[in-house]
Design a protein around this ligand. Structure first.
Ligand SMILES: [Zn+2]
Length: 106
């Protein structure tokens, strides 16, 4: 399984150096909008319930936690902290979404 080797809060976003030699930058607001917690996405239907307009343009993550061996949790400047971001999801975003900028480090 690919896991983060290093995590840094940079000026533009969360930078994750994966142990597959890819370093990816996830813009803060973009990542905040991917939150899949019960306050942001309706559990039964998967319907988004987060009011996107309520998320400040200049939001950043001030802190992160590792959740077990499989996920990250962020504390955002809008006070939100209940979202769990599985490594697998973060990797999928880096592969499938142009908002995430990745560089090969090998
Ligand atoms: Zn959320």
């Amino acid at each position: 399984m690919t896991v983060p080797a290093q995590i840094e809060m940079t000026g533009v976003g969360v930078q994750i150096a994966w142990d597959n030699n890819q370093t990816c930058t996830y813009p803060y607001r973009y990542l905040r909008l991917q939150c899949a917690c019960a306050a942001c996405v309706e559990e039964m239907t998967g319907r988004p319930i987060l009011n996107v307009a309520s998320v400040p343009e200049d939001i950043i993550a001030v802190e992160y936690l590792k959740v077990g061996k499989y996920a990250l949790q962020f504390l955002w400047t809008d006070g939100h902290d209940s979202g769990i971001y599985p490594f697998e999801k973060l990797l999928q975003l880096s592969e499938n979404d142009n908002a995430v900028i990745c560089q090969s480090t090998s």
